[in-house]
Design a protein around this ligand. Structure first.
Ligand code: ADP
Ligand code: MG
Length: 309
């Protein structure tokens, strides 16, 4: 099997999107964008040993590569549409490729996104996805829109992925449900697009709430005050904190891919309604203030968020 057969066999399937004029197979893809919409695009790379373990399943690697990119589109309040896949493979392992490809395909169908191209090379396992979405002109939710007095919210529960990773690193074997939190984060696409026109700023929590909320306040030139007692936590994270008094797990642990967003106070009823419609938990954790720093009530600031370098 040569490179072109590989692409044909594993990365080219029929698409169900009439806006894709040309997908995999030519020098580049062609998309017909609806007038009045903007293209929103993002890239995330997953590398072996950094973003996943050597023995992680190809199904989980494919899922997570898509999920983290979808999460960025969600955080912009956009609708995910197309993606390209640049994959570096150590060897031509058809069993691995088949599983990876099937999981990628099923996940792309679930989230209604089309694989329109990519690149295939040889080397240490590395997956880069470029995700593209669309949003009505000027409606994307940026990090820079938070204003003094806005409420700060978080979706779902935070800290579970970090707690799972901590257990693995300490030699414990997490349960199946715990592993799901780490390997199968749910991109909050419905929430993201519902927040369009409601949220003043938004970010997905990939590196830890403390760090990601700091990006919002920096971009918005405001401050924030949040309270650890208000953080939405699962029973296992609650138990962990009761035993260790270690708030760094929900504050600095990444990988949950929940959304942290701000909205003017008057939108609070609307947000409660969005939570109902999207069937998710949305928790108010604090407010935006005039100062330029992040104050965390109940936390002495010992933990460290994820740093790539
Ligand atoms: P070129 O040499 O012109 O860059 P390639 O041989 O790299 O073309 O790719 C041929 C076609 O296959 C292109 O349409 C490209 O987008 C697509 N492609 C290559 N690798 C992948 C991949 N991993 N997933 C999806 N499409 C791919
Ligand atoms: Mg190429």
């Amino acid at each position: 099997m040569d490179e072109f057969e590989l692409i044909q066999n594993y990365f080219n399937w029929p698409l169900n999107d009439s806006t894709v004029e040309l997908g995999v197979g030519d020098d580049a893809a062609i998309i017909n964008l609806d007038p009045g919409y903007q293209l929103v695009t993002t890239t995330d790379t997953l590398s072996e040993g950094v973003h996943f373990f050597k023995d992680d399943s190809p199904e989980n690697i494919a899922y997570k590569s898509l999920a983290v990119n979808l999460s960025d589109i969600a955080a912009m309040g956009a609708i995910a549409k197309y993606f390209t896949l640049s994959i570096t493979l150590p060897k031509l392992d058809e069993i691995w490729l088949k599983k990876f490809s099937e999981s990628l395909k099923q996940t792309s169908i679930k989230y209604n996104v089309s694989l329109i191209g990519g690149d295939t090379t040889r080397g240490p396992l590395n997956i880069t996805i470029n995700m593209m979405g669309v949003v009505e002109k000027s409606k994307a939710i940026k990090r820079s829109g938070a204003r003094n007095g806005d409420n700060i919210y978080v979706s779902g529960e935070i800290g579970d992925a970090a707690l799972c990773l901590k257990k693995i690193n300490e030699g414990e074997k997490p349960g199946k449900a715990e592993m799901e939190k780490l390997n199968r984060p749910l991109p909050q696409l419905d929430l993201g697009s519902s927040l369009n026109g409601v949220a003043s700023s938004c970010i997905d929590i990939s590196d830890g709430l403390e760090q990601d909320l700091s990006h919002i306040i920096k971009a918005s030139k405001v401050g924030a005050i949040i309270d650890v007692q208000k953080l939405p936590l699962s029973q296992s994270v609650t138990n962990y904190i009761q035993g260790n008094n270690d708030w760094s797990v929900p504050l600095c642990g990444g990988d949950d891919y929940e959304l942290c967003f701000t909205a003017p106070k008057i939108f609070n009823p609307e947000i409660i309604n969005i939570a109902k419609i999207c069937k998710i938990r949305i928790t108010k954790i604090g407010v935006i203030i005039d100062s330029k720093n992040l104050k965390i009530k109940g936390y002495d600031g010992q933990g460290e968020s994820y740093q790539h370098f």
